[in-house]
Ligand binder design. Structure first.
Ligand SMILES: [Zn+2]
Length: 136
């Protein structure tokens, strides 16, 4: 799992995540990330709204065992209304998939975004055009 070094995401998917986080602020937003991994790069291509996610101030929770088995889920993204984009202990203990993406207030651009491996290692975020990422 240490081989994962870069996460790539299309610009407009990132914009969608940031817009959603802005909309839910001051509550946390929570989404699953869908994509694929090849040659050490995880390419995010879709978002999945977790219908059972519990949104509340300062905490977003979900039950991974309630998820349909879907190996295209590469990780999750949630917002930090505090603006701190470091993962909390809770985030790392409850991470799902390979990557943990955090977007922080004010959700303006990629400066407000950080991505980590499931063990808390910071990963490189690469923003692509839709064409490069193969989004349908
Ligand atoms: Zn968090």
């Amino acid at each position: 799992m240490k081989a994962v070094v870069t996460v790539s995401i299309p610009r407009d998917l990132l914009d969608t995540i940031l817009a959603g986080a802005k909309q839910l602020y001051p509550r946390e937003s929570f989404l699953f990330l869908r994509g694929k991994k090849s040659k050490g790069v995880i390419s995010v291509s879709d978002l999945i709204v977790a219908p059972f996610a519990v949104h509340g101030r300062g905490f977003a929770s979900f039950s991974p065992h309630m998820l349909p088995i879907d190996f295209s889920v590469v990780g999750t993204v949630h917002s930090h209304p505090s603006g701190n984009i470091k993962p909390s202990h809770v985030d790392l203990n409850y991470s799902f998939g390979r990557i943990l993406m955090i977007v922080g207030y004010p959700f303006a651009d990629e400066q407000c975004v950080a991505v980590y491996s499931s063990d808390g290692e910071k990963l490189t975020l690469q923003i692509t055009t839709n064409k490069e990422n193969g989004v349908r």
